[in-house]
Write a new protein. Structure first.
Length: 336
C-alpha cells in the first residue's frame, strides 16, 4: 500500500510481456480481494480528452436552470437526464449534488421484466451539442479499458481470458457527470452517502486536486484523493457475487467540498446486459479457500441478474422518477 491508502496499478504492464502482465494480474487480484478499490494508471486517456470532458461538464452545469431542467430526469421513465441538487438519495438521505445520467442510446421497449424500463433514449441539452460528442469518445475509450481489465481479472481468478466477454452480452453502461457544490455547514455533508455499486466495474475520473472521496477500510473511512492521470477503480456487488466474496464490493462515499469550492467527477459504470446472469466462477482451490461468501444485508439483497440489481438501485436513488413512472414496481416491492 502507498501513502494514498489505495494500491496503484499500471494497466500498460499488460502490454510489456508475460512477466509484467503476470505481475499486474497478481496485483489486481490482491487489490480487489483486500480492498476492492485501487488507482489505475496507463489507460491511454489523453490529458486533452480529460480537459475537454471537464470543460464540457463545467459548461453544462453553467447552463441556465431552465436549460438543465428541460432534460430533467423526472421526464424520463428510463432515469436519464438531469438531476437537480437534492434530487437523489442514498440510504434514504438526500445527496448534495447535481448530475446528468447517460446510458446506452436505445429505443424504449415495452413489456418483459421490470428492468426493461431502464432501456431507452438519453436526454441531451439542446444548448450544448458538443456534450454528446465528448461523452461518446469518453465512453468508447473507457469501454476498451474495462474490457482489458476484465480479461486480466478472468485470468487472475483462474478462468479463461474471455470469461466475462462470453457472459456479458451487450454491456449496460452508465456515465454520470456530477457536480458537488460547496457547503458552508460546520460539519461534513453528504455529497453522496455510503454505498456499494450494484454492478461489476466502476472507473471514476475526478477533477484534479479535488478530494472528498472516502473508502471504508477495516471499519474506518480513509481518503482517496485524485491521482493525476489515474482513475479510481472499484468492483461492484455482481463481481462479489460471481466470486462468492473472494472479491468484495466496498462501501464508499463523498463528502461535500467547502464553499465556495466545487468538485466535478465522472464515474463510468461497465456492467453486463440487463438480462445477463454472471455464473459463479469456479475458483482455484487456494483462492476458493479465501472466499468469504456474499455479504448478507437484508436491506440490500444482491441479485444474480444484473438488471434486478440496477433496477433496485434506480428505484431507491430516484423516488420521484419511480413514483411518476413506475408505481406498479414500487407496489410490488412493498408487497413482497
Amino acid at each position: 500500500m502507498s501513502e494514498l491508502n489505495l494500491p496503484v496499478l499500471d494497466l500498460s504492464l499488460l502490454d510489456e510481456g508475460p512477466d509484467a502482465a503476470a505481475r499486474f494480474r497478481d496485483d489486481l487480484r490482491a487489490a480487489t480481494h483486500d480492498v476492492g478499490f485501487f488507482y489505475l494508471t496507463g489507460t491511454g486517456v489523453s490529458a486533452e480528452l480529460e480537459a475537454r470532458l471537464l470543460q464540457a461538464a463545467k459548461d453544462f452545469f453553467a447552463l441556465p436552470e431552465a436549460e438543465k431542467l428541460s432534460i430533467e430526469n423526472v421526464t424520463s421513465p428510463h432515469f436519464r437526464g438531469y438531476t437537480r441538487v437534492g434530487g437523489e438519495r442514498t440510504q434514504g438521505r438526500v445527496d448534495w449534488r447535481e448530475q446528468i445520467d447517460i446510458g446506452p442510446e436505445r429505443a424504449a421497449i415495452t413489456g418483459g421484466p421490470g428492468y426493461n424500463r431502464l432501456i431507452g433514449p438519453n436526454l441531451w441539452p439542446g444548448a450544448q451539442p458538443e456534450l454528446k460528442d465528448v461523452v461518446t469518445e469518453w465512453h468508447d475509450h473507457l469501454t476498451g479499458v474495462a474490457r482489458k481489465l476484465l480479461r486480466a481479472w478472468a485470468l487472475a481468478l483462474g478462468a479463461e481470458e474471455q470469461y466475462f466477454d462470453r457472459h456479458f452480452g451487450d454491456p449496460q453502461t452508465l456515465i454520470k457527470i456530477v457536480r458537488y457544490p460547496g457547503k458552508d455547514d460546520p460539519t461534513p455533508q453528504q455529497g453522496v452517502g455510503a454505498h456499494k455499486d450494484s454492478g461489476v466495474l466502476t472507473l471514476l475520473w475526478v477533477e484534479p486536486g479535488k478530494g472528498g472521496l472516502q473508502v471504508e477500510r477495516e471499519g474506518e473511512w480513509v481518503d482517496a484523493p485524485p491521482v493525476p492521470g489515474a482513475f479510481v477503480v472499484n468492483i461492484g456487488e455482481l463481481l462479489e457475487y460471481a466470486t462468492q466474496g473472494y472479491l468484495r464490493a466496498t462501501n464508499h462515499r463523498v463528502i461535500s467540498p467547502r464553499f465556495p469550492d466545487e468538485r466535478i467527477s465522472v464515474p463510468f459504470f461497465f456492467n453486463p446486459a440487463l438480462d445477463a446472469r454472471l455464473p459463479i466462477i469456479e475458483l482455484p482451490a487456494e483462492l476458493a479457500a479465501e472466499a468469504r461468501g456474499v455479504e448478507d444485508d437484508p436491506t440490500n439483497p444482491i441479485h444474480a441478474t444484473y438488471g434486478e440489481n440496477a433496477l433496485k438501485s434506480r428505484l431507491r436513488a430516484h423516488p420521484d422518477v419511480a413514483e411518476r413512472w413506475h408505481p406498479d414496481l414500487l407496489a410490488a416491492r412493498a408487497a413482497s
